[in-house]
Design a protein around this ligand. Structure first.
Ligand code: SOE
Length: 379
């Protein structure tokens, strides 16, 4: 007997679609799960837009006020898919109403807000998770398994990049629908919270906590027209950020992100180097994990590319037959599956709010370091 889990979705942008696709597909590919998401209600201020979204994706009803959505008895879990400046208020209200929460990354505008959100969900005892989806790309999950097995030995280096090029045009406005990521009041920060946060989440998951950082940021275009006011306003987000760090395990980290790397659309890559072996991964080739194993026999030793599609690879027994790939959207299906599994087991679904707060703390330390040009410990 399956049990319905009624979802209330707040927001309908790119992430609203990615998450909804996860809810829709999960039961087909993870039929053993007890809970089945039901697309109960979608919510946004613009009635016409949210109705169109609900009709297209199959939500049963709409709301135009998130407070009304949260007050509904027929909503079990709320998906927060709105700009970052709204996460805190909605999440705390959800926790107080006893709703489970699946919150889009980054958890909040800053550490102080994130801490309040953690305290609220922990006090209420509601299930919670933050959508750092790249952990659940099978090749990335496989990297985690290999690292946890100890095969890499002592870790020396971790490096990651997240490169895009979509904000180079000077006449691109900031703020408002689809462009709130360029408005610091809505996003909190630029590439640090939006892109590096992914790299940091994966890094902490694979390589453990970060102890301190030194960073630089740059805002290449200083003023842009704000979509909502029509006025030219100062741009306060970081367009690019690079930082160095120490991990608590003694390894060194090197991270870079920008929206000004002409030619790169969403190039997320990471590499980890241990005394015995190294791994590297690239979002543009997301089903492959590259590995160099120094224990291989000398004459055939070299980088190998593991095509992560076999039934014994993470999540892959759920999909097609060996050799056939899956993609970006499946990482969200996996996240939903793991969330539903966690409801059965009573175990947390990582990253929890508390896990995501650790990433937020690194982001805040990075921004503080860029601002005063000194090393900052991650408190
Ligand atoms: C920004 O362009 C963005 O959509 C991020 O917000 C997502 O988190 C990232 O996965 C892809 O890029």
């Amino acid at each position: 007997m399956t049990k319905p889990l009624n979802i209330g979705m707040i927001g309908y942008g790119f992430m609203g679609r990615a998450h909804t696709n996860g809810y829709k597909r999960v039961g087909d590919f993870f039929p053993e799960l007890k809970y089945r998401p039901v697309l109960k209600a979608a919510c946004a201020r613009n009635k016409e837009n949210i109705q169109a979204f609900a009709d297209q994706w199959g939500y049963e009803s709409i709301e135009t006020d998130w407070k009304t959505l949260i007050a509904r008895d027929d909503i079990d879990a709320v998906d927060i898919c709105v700009p970052n400046n709204l996460h805190k208020e909605i999440a705390i209200a959800c926790a107080e109403a006893g709703k489970m929460i699946l919150c889009e990354k980054p958890i909040a505008m800053n550490t102080a807000e994130g801490e309040e959100m953690c305290q609220a969900v922990e006090k209420a005892g509601v299930a919670n998770t933050v959508w750092y989806n790249y952990r659940r790309v099978p090749a990335v999950t496989l990297a985690k398994q290999i690292i946890d097995s100890g095969k890499l030995g002592k870790i020396f280096h971790y490096r990651a990049n997240f490169l895009q090029d979509w904000t180079i045009a000077e006449d691109l406005p900031q703020g408002g629908a689809a462009l709130w990521r360029l408005d610091a009041d809505a996003a909190g920060s630029g590439v640090t919270g939006d892109l590096l946060a992914h790299c940091i989440d994966t890094a902490i998951w694979l390589n453990g906590s970060v102890s301190d950082v030194t960073a630089m940021t740059e805002t290449f275009i200083k003023e842009r027209v704000h979509q909502e006011t029509g006025q030219k306003q100062k741009v306060s987000i970081d367009d690019a950020c690079a930082f160095l760090c120490h991990f608590k395990n003694g390894s060194l980290g090197l991270f870079e992100s920008t929206r000004y790397a002409r030619g790169h659309k969403a190039l997320y890559t990471f590499e980890i180097n241990g005394e015995n072996a190294s791994l590297r991964w690239d979002l543009h080739d997301l089903h492959r994990l590259e590995m160099f194993d120094h224990a291989d026999e000398g004459i055939v030793r070299g980088w190998k590319s593991i095509h992560v599609t076999d039934g014994d690879h993470p999540y892959m027994d759920k999909w097609w037959v060996p050799g056939l790939q899956i993609g970006y959207e499946h990482s969200f299906v996996h996240h939903v599956a793991d969330f539903l599994k966690s409801l059965e087991s009573g175990e947390p679904c990582h990253p929890t709010f508390r896990d995501a707060l650790e990433t937020q703390k690194v982001c805040d330390a990075v921004l503080a370091s860029a601002s005063d040009r000194s090393w900052h410990s991650v408190s």
